[in-house]
Design a protein around this ligand. Structure first.
Ligand SMILES: [Zn+2]
Length: 388
């Protein structure tokens, strides 16, 4: 399994190096613009064809620049053109144009050499070595592979965004962790041959925050206009995102710790099926979009892979309807699951977490007889409340 993560470093170029960097940014911007215009005129998205059409000419025009800047400029221009074509199929939009480009794509073998404390960068003035400060939280990447990188210019500063990669060996899980993501809670079922435990992580705070900001945004929309409106909306949306992300990060961390401590394979409902399950018109749509599925899934995925346990995504039809002890499909009714056939009762979300875990083939032939399942549900679930 491969783990990719991007880390940001603030470069400290001296005066002369800043001058070289600015020249590099402005030439690179021109090169990308020429590639983009050529792609538009020829209407091509094939890198081979665009390369054949423009490479030789750009080499003559920018003879002092390392040739790989043309390669990455072609990649960048094609990226812009492709997304324009994708969008223009849906609605009419203006042709893409580059006003100011403050990002340079660097390839990992020809344009930069990363060292802890400095980078050597290939430029039109030869190689330059720019120092940067190694901050504490970047040290975990020592020993990882450097994949690609982007050079950024922002507010007068220069930054390097480096993508690191590490291979992680897959561990053998001792059991499974069923994860049911809801608006107000994330429910977990730890299932091992000799142990069953339920945990309910209360994230209703995230829902309160969302509802509150939703009302706030609506008020801003009706009471303000123009620049004030744009400014206020941006301000509140940033605040909301930060607060929600904080809650989701902490929740994912708790789940990651459970995965590591119990050595269990996380099993999550595939997003596609959740969406299908919840197609109920506009009001539901807003609730669905505001639900933390995607974020929680990607956080958990990343953290679990870090532990050597790759999450499994399962098609989870009827997860909150199937009776864990007799298999009867019941109609959902409220927060308590009640089986009309055998009388089994439990919290609906815990039942869902259990059923999601059971979707995993290795546990499908569950080692737990129905009686054990019954016993397991009797034990009180641990409750963890996340506050902001
Ligand atoms: Zn039943």
């Amino acid at each position: 399994m491969l783990l990719n993560e991007t880390c940001r470093f603030k470069l400290s170029p001296n005066g002369e190096q800043k001058r070289v960097l600015n020249e590099l940014f402005s030439s690179y911007e021109n090169i990308v613009r020429e590639c983009l215009n050529k792609a538009i005129v020829m209407n091509v998205t094939s890198r081979k064809r665009l390369h054949e059409a423009i490479y030789g000419w750009l080499r003559t025009k920018y003879p002092t620049y390392p040739s790989h800047y043309i390669y990455t400029a072609i990649t960048q221009a094609l990226g812009i053109f492709k997304s324009y074509r994708r969008l223009s199929r849906k609605r009419s939009i203006k042709l893409p144009d580059i006003a100011k480009l403050d990002v340079i794509l660097l390839d990992d073998t020809h344009l930069f050499w990363f060292n802890w404390g400095n980078i050597k960068l290939a430029t039109h003035k030869g190689h330059i070595i720019i120092p940067f400060k190694v901050h504490e939280h970047s040290k975990k990447f020592m020993g990882w592979h450097v994949k690609g990188s982007r050079l950024l210019r922002r507010n007068g500063g220069y930054f390097l965004h480096v993508t690191f990669r590490k291979a992680v060996e897959e561990k053998r899980a001792e059991g499974v962790l069923g994860i049911d993501v809801n608006e107000k809670s994330i429910d977990l079922a730890i299932i091992k041959p000799n142990k069953v435990k339920f945990i309910k992580i209360d994230i209703s705070e995230a829902k309160y925050i969302r509802d509150r900001y939703f009302r706030k945004r609506r008020a801003i929309q009706s009471k303000t206009s123009g620049k004030t409106k744009t400014r206020l909306l941006a301000k509140y949306s940033g605040r909301e995102q930060r607060r929600i992300n904080n809650i989701l990060h902490r929740t994912s961390k708790i789940i990651a710790n459970i995965v590591a401590e119990e050595n269990v394979k996380p099993t999550i409902e595939n997003l596609k099926y959740i969406r299908e399950r919840m197609k109920y018109g506009r009001k539901m749509d807003r609730r669905l979009h505001s639900m933390p599925f995607r974020k929680v899934q990607s956080y958990i995925t990343y953290k679990a892979i870090e532990q050597g346990l790759k999450p499994e995504f399962v098609k989870a039809k009827n997860t909150s309807r199937i009776c864990p002890t007799c298999g009867e499909v019941n109609k959902p009714n409220g927060h308590v699951f009640r089986c009309k056939k055998c009388g089994f009762q439990a919290n609906r979300h815990l039942v869902a977490a259990w059923n999601i875990a059971m979707k995993l083939p290795m546990w499908g032939a569950s080692p737990l007889p129905p009686k054990a399942a019954h016993e397991a549900f009797k034990a009180e679930a641990e409750r963890i409340v996340i506050k902001s």
